[in-house]
Design a protein around this ligand. Structure first.
Ligand code: GDP
Ligand code: MN
Length: 400
């Protein structure tokens, strides 16, 4: 499964460079609704008082659902059924402020409760390997898809869609038949939802649209009971209304600070702060630190620019991470000039009083001038290395 959340595996972390915007369930459902995928009516509530109000407007029973960017909310006590508005208030009281796998709940979605006859699973995700969107559908829904894939792989129907050809009606029918849905009215509804999901996915530049569960009610109605909707960050300029949905409060505080400063920063688990210019070099630097036996604490991409102020900003973000014990600064100068980067490093050292050792490897445009500047100034905690491998080794030694 494509997982686009922050991760502790540096190899997976490369996917975070192609950043993605994860939407809350209620936001995803609002997009579903816009594309004609049936969802239950609901209201957002930030306080127990708003939850009562919502329950009254909607009519009970309702479900009160924690809005956090992680799954498994049901098991964590973040989803509760209320038969009266007072009960909805009590549930909201209990759920707001809850910590679900490290995510603080500060809003709940109150929705008209559904009766459930069956729970299915439907998703559409971008399969990077095949370079095509991939549908997955199974009647064994409700549980984690990883679990279905592990225990009952034959029940999971997979179907790629050629992005140039687009989606055809026969594909939806095949998903439904192969999964063994036999009721014609149900087949028809699911096939329609499959087509609309494809439309929503393409129109929103999504990377993942997951409906788990897709329910069938006792009256035979099919509806999306949950939503996981992830949009490609690089396409957000085309979707200002989706970009606005980003919730800065859910980001790691340092990631937020980095974003404000225009620096790409990803938190990892180890001790070596990694700073590079360009996604490729930055990811390679993370790999080389791991290769020589170290563990990156984070990584930061200066991007193509890398002027003195950019270096100061990046170093400020990196050194705010308390886990950092040494910094590996790996620059290959192209458009970025190494003397400019060296000035940035010296400027940052002058104004910030960085105590952690910094290992610098400069190569490419104006590398000699850059190295000269650093050697002349010779700050005590600065180490210059000639190659990427030596630089990484030194940084790892100094972090020990
Ligand atoms: P998740 O645990 O984060 O995936 O949250 P979901 O929205 O998928 O809800 C988890 C489970 O709660 C679902 O699989 C349902 O079994 C149950 N649930 C959620 N909403 C309703 C509802 O309206 N009615 C009923 N009966 N069960 C619900
Ligand atoms: Mn779910």
């Amino acid at each position: 499964m494509p997982s686009l959340k922050r991760t502790h595996n540096p190899h997976q972390a490369s996917s975070t460079l192609a950043r993605a915007l994860d939407l809350y369930e209620y936001q995803g459902k609002q997009l579903f609704e816009r594309y004609g995928i049936p969802v239950s009516e609901g209201r957002l509530a930030l306080t127990p008082a708003e939850a009562v109000e919502a329950a009254r407007e909607l009519g009970c029973p309702v479900v009160v659902k924690a809005q956090v960017l992680t799954g498994g909310r049901g098991k964590a006590g973040g989803i509760k059924l209320a038969t009266t508005p007072e009960e909805a208030e009590a549930h909201a009281e209990a759920i707001l402020g809850l910590d679900i796998r490290g995510h603080m709940v500060n809003k709940v979605w109150v929705e008209r409760a559904s009766e459930i006859e069956r729970e299915y699973y439907l998703s559409l995700a971008f399969d990077r390997g095949a370079k095509k969107p991939l549908f997955m559908f199974t009647t064994e829904g409700g549980v984690d898809i990883e679990e279905i894939a592990a225990t009952k792989p034959e029940a999971l129907v997979r179907l790629h869609v050629d992005p140039l050809e687009g989606h055809h009606a026969w594909q939806a029918r095949r998903l439904v038949y192969e999964a063994g849905v036999s009721d014609p009215a149900e087949q028809k509804q699911i096939a329609a939802i499959v087509g609309k999901l494809y439309e929503a996915f393409v129109a929103c530049d999504a990377m993942l649209c997951e409906v788990n569960p897709l329910i069938v009610t006792p009256a035979g109605e099919v509806r999306a009971l949950d939503s996981k909707f992830t949009v490609d960050d690089n396409a957000l300029f085309r979707h200002p209304e989706i970009a606005e949905l980003r919730d800065a409060a859910d980001l790691d505080p340092l990631e937020r600070k980095a974003r404000e400063k225009g620096v790409t920063y990803v938190k990892l688990d180890g001790e070596v702060g990694v700073l590079g210019n360009g996604a490729g070099l930055t990811m390679s630097s993370v790999d080389v630190v791991t290769f020589v036996g170290g563990r990156p604490a984070n990584f930061c991409d200066l991007g193509g620019g890398g002027d003195a102020q950019g270096v100061v900003d990046a170093l400020e973000v990196i050194t705010s991470d308390e886990q950092v014990r040494s910094i590996f600064f790996n620059i290959f100068g192209g458009i970025t000039r190494c003397d400019e980067v060296a000035r940035g490093i010296l400027q940052a050292l002058g104004q910030m009083g960085i105590e952690d050792p910094i290992v610098v490897r400069l190569d490419g445009t104006n590398a000699e001038e850059g190295r000269q500047l650093l050697t002349d100034a010779a700050p005590p905690n600065l180490h210059v290395e000639a190659t990427m491998l030596d630089g990484a080794r030194r940084a790892v030694e100094l972090a020990a």
